[in-house]
Design a protein around this ligand. Structure first.
Ligand code: HEM
Length: 376
């Protein structure tokens, strides 16, 4: 009789426990959906829900820019996504400076890039971010690493960029400058981060498996953000399906490559080298953490530099008067022979060319990091 009673109690307990868990989950889901306001009838939400914005705009950034320009506060609220987007300098200062601690990147954001970036600087908050930020400022600010970067860029220009451009201009061939600058930036940032030269900008324009895997992994990680709900890509990841399967394979290639680089450095010794990996190895022993840190640097310096240069030359092609101003300024400050040989040495910073208004216009309007996400 006792055992029957106790089995009845345990069945009841299990039943009540599962019922409570189920009801609580449903209630949480309801609150989540209510907060998203999925049925919102406002103009912006309707445009997004029906995709009607695509009739007037090529991409979402242009649409948001249009809305931000119209908004008297420089801020818009996307109810269906639960997002606030602001271009108001006071808000930006508040979020990124005054109350920086209150606005971490947050878990939803770091989950998107987590498989690729791990605990790298772009994907962490708090102490881990502070530590990497301090290390990065220290390293990137040092004179020796700046000289190292300058030497890498100079040799890439002299031995690859100029010969490539000369060869196509001699044959009156057309070249895709964006592709050239992507190769240029990948060679530079890989040499700077790992001390490895992938040779993407060699005259034959070879395919680099590492560059391709890295690009695919970055693209597919970013595309996760476009899924209707994070559940979609998370389920695909568990089942190893479609884009998530591709992403897993691409990340595996990146990992293998990074592990190989780290192992080689450990074997040959790192104290003599100036690349970031060698310098970080002096303080960090955890190889996975080293991999994460260096991969973030690759991401930081790849598309940013490539698209900055592409926008800069595109703007120049649209503004011939700026091109002549830059040429005049360079000749005046440095002399044409020096420029031709790319042996640029600036002794006095006051004399360094300011590159007329060209570069600042690019930095203001043409760079790829248009949005920074923060949680609250
Ligand atoms: C024209 C080229 C570049 C542009 C426009 C650019 C822009 C930016 C922006 C807007 C951020 C802030 C991102 C955020 O907090 O969400 C950032 C962060 C960062 N950038 Fe760059 N960047 C460029 C090149 C580079 C290069 C070449 C490196 C490395 C060698 C680099 C290293 C970093 C690092 C380490 C951070 C993380 C800082 C942090 O989270 O505190 N960047 N960059």
């Amino acid at each position: 009789m006792d055992s029957e009673l106790s089995s009845w109690f345990s069945t009841m307990f299990c039943f009540m426990f599962f019922s409570f868990t189920l009801l609580f989950s449903l209630f949480s889901l309801l609150i989540y959906v209510l907060r998203l306001k999925l049925w919102c009838n406002c103009e912006i939400c309707q445009a997004l829900l029906t995709s009607s914005w695509t009739k007037e705009f090529d991409n979402l950034c242009d649409y948001y820019t249009h809305l931000l320009k119209k908004s008297p506060t420089g801020t818009i609220h996307i109810h269906v996504l639960g997002n606030i987007i602001t271009a108001n300098p006071e808000n930006v200062q508040h979020i990124l400076k005054t109350r920086f601690e209150n606005y971490p990147k947050g878990k939803p954001f770091s989950a998107l890039l987590g498989d690729l970036l791990g605990r790298g600087i772009f994907n962490v908050d708090g102490e881990s971010w502070k530590f990497q930020r301090k290390m990065a400022s220290l390293e990137l600010g040092s004179v020796s690493i700046r000289m190292h970067a300058l030497n890498i860029v100079k040799s890439e220009i002299e031995s690859r960029l100029i010969p490539l451009l000369s060869s196509v201009s001699g044959n009156k061939q057309v070249v895709d400058l964006q592709d050239v600058f992507r190769r240029f930036s990948f060679d530079n940032i890989s040499r700077f981060s790992f001390g490895l030269d992938p040779g993407c900008l060699k005259l034959s324009l070879p395919v680099s498996e590492f560059a391709e895997a890295f690009d695919l992994a970055s693209k597919l990680s970013a595309q996760r953000a476009l899924a209707f709900s994070p559940l979609v890509w998370k389920v695909k990841r568990v089942l190893n399906l479609g884009s998530e399967k591709q992403l897993k394979e691409a990340i595996k290639m990146v990992d293998e490559f990074a592990q190989q680089m780290i192992a080689e450095r450990r074997e040959k010794g790192f104290s003599e080298n100036n690349d970031l990996l060698s310098r970080f190895m002096g303080t960090i022993n955890d190889d996975k953490y080293l991999r994460d840190i260096v991969i973030s640097f690759l991401l930081a310096g790849r598309d940013t530099v490539a698209s900055g240069l592409t926008s800069f030359f595109w703007l120049l092609s649209q503004n011939p008067q700026v091109e002549s101003a830059i040429r005049d300024e360079l000749e005046r400050v440095m002399g044409s022979t020096i420029i031709r040989r790319f042996n640029i040495r600036v002794a006095n910073p006051d004399q360094a060319p300011k590159f007329a208004p060209g570069l600042t216009a690019t930095v203001r309007g043409g760079l790829p990091i248009l949005v920074q996400e923060r949680g609250a």
